[in-house]
Design a protein around this ligand. Structure first.
Ligand SMILES: Cc1cc2nc3c(=O)[nH]c(=O)nc-3n(C[C@H](O)[C@H](O)[C@H](O)COP(=O)(O)OP(=O)(O)OC[C@H]3O[C@@H](n4cnc5c(N)ncnc54)[C@H](O)[C@@H]3O)c2cc1C
Length: 403
């Protein structure tokens, strides 16, 4: 790695190196065949990493967000799809650990995630809503102690392979689109019918197919706090920070290949100034900026959120963790910028490597990474994020961009 992103207090990274090696070995085949990275996900399960964020007393590792981010970044270097699946899974675990453990059903479920290595998928986007996570058309009314949902889902990553789904829906059929709940539905309680395929430009191993999803269970499977709170406190922060870790992992790998390419050139032409060296410097600077922003925000998040760990944390104010509109603006801006800058870094890596990077199957190939990183700007559209966040910034009174 070009940069060491480890933060104080990280638990040992048991097994992630083995998972990364397996993921890298299969990454090209996963991409070419557009198939689920079964080998890497099996290795994550074997290493107990799917339950990494679950508290130790429930059988997990009690990992901090910094640890998970480091692992996601490491996997991002090896196989973008495996890394994104790992990140998406951990985002769901974070929501359960932060908001569900006071409720017996979700406490038992957290124990099962750790014991059985359950893989969790997310169904927030919806046909007719697009990427606006804070709106739903479908409803999940609790009636006589039961809950049932039918949702037209345009993009469900690893929907066929997941063991459970966290689904957003309106509280009931009369509720406004933004009055949402988050419901955990087990695979055995659901019927998923594919309504499309996933022959995509990149992130091909995520198998993010369109589904008609139908599921039911007991009312206790509805997380006990409104989704508005879960989204603001956990899902959005953890998503943007872990996605950032995955995307910077892809960019680090691309730029590391470019540096290797330049080193080989320098050995062949000693004393010659390589035009690619200037590109390497600019791209490494962009990586540094992104790593610094991620490092800072992950550190502030961990300073005031225990997640599954038993650490002492401080209040949000003391940790410097923003609240309300400022938090949304900070995290949205981070997601927007990291997704664009990672694309620029990968593109610079391609320009440095030239044809060796353009061709598949060389040690300097950049094509898969370039296709994968393009998803970053769509995964909640940057246009949508920029329009919403720009409006938030108009309303804020704090100075912009001061130290
Ligand atoms: C690899 C990958 C995996 C995914 N996995 C999942 C998953 O597991 N579960 C899940 O629920 N979702 C998943 N998604 C979906 C994702 O989270 C977004 O919901 C989705 O990418 C948005 O789809 P969209 O671009 O069609 O829709 P929209 O967000 O509606 O955007 C469509 C276009 O309309 C424009 N637009 C829309 N609204 C605005 C606005 N307010 N201001 C300006 N322009 C606007 C933008 O130009 C945008 O490109 C995944 C996406 C990707 C790329």
């Amino acid at each position: 790695m070009l940069h060491d992103t480890r933060l104080p207090g990280q638990v040992p990274l048991t097994g992630i190196e083995r998972v990364a090696r397996i993921a890298a070995d299969h990454a090209d085949a996963v991409d070419r065949e557009g198939r689920f990275p079964a080998e890497a996900i099996a290795a994550l399960r074997e290493e107990g990493l799917l339950g990494a964020m679950v508290p130790v007393h429930l059988g997990g590792h009690g990992a901090t967000l910094a640890t998970i981010a480091h692992q996601a970044q490491r996997l991002g270097r090896a196989c973008s799809s495996s890394a994104m699946i790992y990140a998406m899974h951990q985002i769901q675990v974070a929501c359960i650990v932060a908001h569900g453990l006071d409720q017996p059903w979700h406490r038992d479920f957290a124990g099962r995630i750790a014991a059985e290595g359950l893989l969790l998928a997310s169904i927030t986007s919806e046909v007719g809503i697009g990427g606006d996570m804070r709106s739903s058309l479908c409803a999940a009314p609790a009636v006589d102690g039961r809950v049932a949902i039918v949702k037209q889902a345009p993009t469900v990553s690893y929907g066929e392979q997941a063991d459970a789904y966290l689904v957003t829906a309106r509280r009931d059929a009369e509720a406004p689109a933004s009055d949402q709940v988050l419901v955990t539905i087990l695979k055995a309680q659901s019927r998923v019918e594919a309504t499309g395929n996933w022959d995509a430009l990149g992130m091909r191993g995520t198998c993010s197919t369109a589904f008609t999803f139908a599921g039911d269970g007991v009312a206790a499977q509805i997380l006990p706090v409104p989704f508005a709170e879960i989204a603001a406190d956990s899902m959005v922060p953890v998503s943007h920070l872990l996605w950032g870790a995955v995307w910077t992992g892809i960019a680090v790998e691309a730029l590391s290949r470019a540096r290797q390419f330049l080193r080989a050139q320098a050995r062949r032409q000693p004393g010659v100034v390589l035009p690619g060296a200037a590109r390497l410097m600019r791209a490494a600077g962009q990586l540094d900026l992104m790593q610094a922003r991620l490092h800072d925000l992950i550190g502030r998040f961990d300073a005031c959120h225990t997640l599954g760990s038993e650490r002492t944390v401080v209040g949000a104010d003391e940790a410097g963790w923003p609240a309300g509109m400022a938090r949304a603006a900070t995290l949205n801006t981070l997601k927007h910028d990291v997704s664009e800058m990672c694309h620029q870094v990968v593109l610079q890596a391609l320009l440095i490597c030239g044809m060796a990077g353009y061709k598949n199957g060389t040690e300097f190939s950049i094509g898969r990474m370039l296709r994968d990183i393009l998803s970053a700007q769509l995964m909640i559209s940057n246009d949508r994020i920029a329009a919403n966040t720009g409006t938030l910034l108009l309303a804020q009174r704090t100075e912009l961009g001061t130290l």
